[in-house]
Write a new protein. Structure first.
Length: 134
């Protein structure tokens, strides 16, 4: 199913603030080593994908489930090499119970799809990549 990005003005201000809070928690968890924090904001069957360089220089997609990400962070491996002051989180749009957000963190950019499930916002899909050098 393809989802269009709604206009930035769509959605109630409280929905935008709630989605921003969850996206910010996800970003902080990726920059730190708190696996439990990331598990609180990820939907249990969320997919975390990273566009990464392949051996031949092309981009490949690496898939990760929430359990793998939680284990990696809990073992002391930060996923993002960025200081908290270098992390900028933006809600791109809200359309009812769906939202789209962007995390810019140092050399990495992440795009998130969030859903309001059971009355709370959760990350249901995340796609990240290393931003090309200028």
């Amino acid at each position: 199913v393809l989802w269009h990005q709604p206009p930035a003005a769509a959605g109630a201000p409280d929905a935008s603030a709630a989605a921003l809070g969850v996206a910010g928690e996800f970003a902080a968890a990726l920059a730190g080593t708190d696996g439990q924090a990331v598990s609180r904001v990820l939907y249990p069957s969320a997919v975390v994908r990273q566009l990464a360089p392949g051996q031949d220089g092309s981009r490949i997609v690496r898939d990760m489930n929430p359990e793998t990400l939680v284990a990696m962070l809990s073992s002391g491996q930060p996923f993002l090499q960025a200081k908290p002051a270098d992390v900028k989180t933006t809600v791109l749009g809200v359309d009812g119970d769906l939202a789209s957000a962007k995390i810019a963190a140092g050399a990495y950019t992440w795009y998130l799809h969030l859903g309001q499930i059971g009355g709370r916002w959760q990350v249901v899909n995340a796609l990240g990549y290393r931003t090309p050098a200028p």
